[in-house]
Design a protein around this ligand. Structure first.
Ligand code: NAP
Length: 318
């Protein structure tokens, strides 16, 4: 059978690019090039392989060469791709659900601990060379044990965060658009809205997709319902949070600390974040482990190969 011809429009680890090269007839890109450049190049690729650093708005999808029948994104989130435009053109879209969830869940725990135990201030103190030694009043943080973790989006990643948090002795609360089935491995208390959830949470953690419905879900009105001392964690997408509202709530309450892996407009993030000692921040590294990276590559290779044979891969988004 003819090997798929794939244009790789994002940059991946060398070993992953090698795997793509062995699986497909592959053209690699050195720098990011808008998809319309492909059209200009009069190319005849069957599929485009990219990640969230290569957004595909409607105009880019409309400009793709006719030959392109599939887009494979090296991510779970698909908010960088205009799915409606892909659908209109009959282009199949594949992503990488599940295979990165353990890495992102570990990252969420890291963020939660970093925020609760004042990691940013602790590291700054040590690195400044001004640490005077142990003191009972120094950098007093918050314990997670017996606290209530409110998760917005208890799906694959949210579920794995919950299982880890339960091992810390946390109680799990959550909101989804519908409650989980009774046989779900996570025993969590369901709330029918983020507003109801935040009022009962000690830690409020975002793990749902970015959609028009969840855009700026965390705003001043929601934060006004939070308990004093709330810790906010975001491993989902930056646009779920109104930055100004969160920054104000971290300066003057009720948010005591935050752990953020993702930011609106990243990498151009709100500069006010850098001045907040109670913010533990990471540069969108949720899935950035070698194990996840390898599984993500294999998931896309398997999906494109099955799709090329006429099969229906489970990770087909549309
Ligand atoms: P998933 O398994 O599809 O879970 C998403 C959960 O969100 C589901 O439980 C869903 O439940 C819930 N949900 C959807 N819309 C909602 C809404 N409007 N209000 C409340 N809950 C809602 O997806 P996943 O694999 O866990 O990934 C979740 C997100 O994490 C991705 O979309 C991506 O943006 C982000 N992510 C970030 C990183 C990183 O590096 N930081 C890495 C991977 C993924 P219902 O359908 O019942 O509402």
């Amino acid at each position: 059978m003819k090997r798929l011809s794939v244009f790789v429009a994002s940059r991946f680890l060398d070993e992953i690019q090698k795997d793509f090269g062995e699986a497909f007839s592959t053209t690699f890109l050195d720098t990011r090039v808008p998809a319309r450049k492909l059209a200009e190049a009069d190319s005849s690729f069957d599929a485009l392989l990219l990640s969230i650093d290569t957004p595909l708005p409607a105009r880019e999808i409309e400009a793709l060469p006719d030959a392109v029948r599939a887009i494979a994104t090296y991510s779970v989130g698909t908010d960088h791709i205009d799915l409606a435009a892909a659908k209109r053109r009959g282009i199949a879209v594949f992503n990488t659900p599940g295979v990165l969830s353990d890495s992102v869940a570990e990252n969420a725990i890291f963020l939660m601990l970093g925020a609760a135990r004042r990691a940013t201030e602790s590291i700054a103190l040590l690195r400044s060379g001004t640490w005077k030694g142990w003191s009972a009043t120094q950098l007093v943080g918050t314990e997670l044990s017996c606290k209530r973790l409110g998760i917005v989006g208890l799906g694959d990643i949210g579920g794995r965060i919950a299982l880890r948090a339960q091992a810390f002795g946390m109680e799990i609360l959550y909101t989804n658009r519908k409650p989980l089935p009774l046989d779900h491995p996570v025993r969590g208390r369901f709330f029918d809205s983020p507003a109801a959830l935040i009022a009962e949470s000690d830690v409020f953690l975002l793990a749902c997709p970015s959609t028009p419905e969840t855009h700026r879900l965390v705003d001043a009105e929601l934060l006004a319902r939070a308990r004093p001392g709330l810790i906010l964690v975001n491993i989902a997408r930056g646009d779920l949070v109104d930055d100004e509202a969160l920054i104000e709530a971290m300066r003057n309450g009720p948010v005591s600390a935050a752990g953020l892996d993702v930011f609106s407009g990243e990498p151009e993030i709100d500069p006010a974040y850098f001045a907040l000692p109670n913010l533990f921040m990471l540069p969108h590294i949720g899935s950035s482990t070698i194990e996840a990276r390898r599984r993500m590559g294999r998931a896309l290779i398997a999906a494109l190969e099955l799709w090329a044979e006429g099969g229906s891969p489970k990770n087909q988004v549309c």
